[in-house]
Unconditional design. Sequence first.
Length: 158
Amino acid sequence: MHSYAIPALLLFAAAVTTAQDTRDFTAKYGPPELEVYQVTPDVRLAVSFDRNHAACRVVLEPRAERESRTMPSSLVDEIITQFVSPEDRKGEPKGMMSATGCAAMRSEIYDNVRIFRSINMCAPADRNVTSLTVEWQGSDCPARWSADKRFLNNSVRE
């Protein structure tokens, strides 16, 4: 082997093993449909985007590896208000609550947005929300897919 071949191979190996960043993926595949953020050390927020890059679905859940599988109700209320103020929801809410044992689902349907909370009725009332989903009506949000949960539970953008 020639003496210049080893440095060239090392340079090639370093280039191949360099991690790609978000710009690389966006250049290859287009903008992301889902981004995951850390709200607190115990809570993650996944945001899905429509074709116009506007948020169309927000999912808030506790991190899977944490002991507590619930979130403070006050944090959930704060997140809802950050993303869609009461004025922006439009119209009177159509609400529904269904429960089986400790598990419950509360929904609020407005003209512009749908808000769904999964609740653990056996947990303290100030910390009983197990997930929150906010979906904007009329957006061309990508269909839900099974990887959403996997991304939310295993990745985070800090």
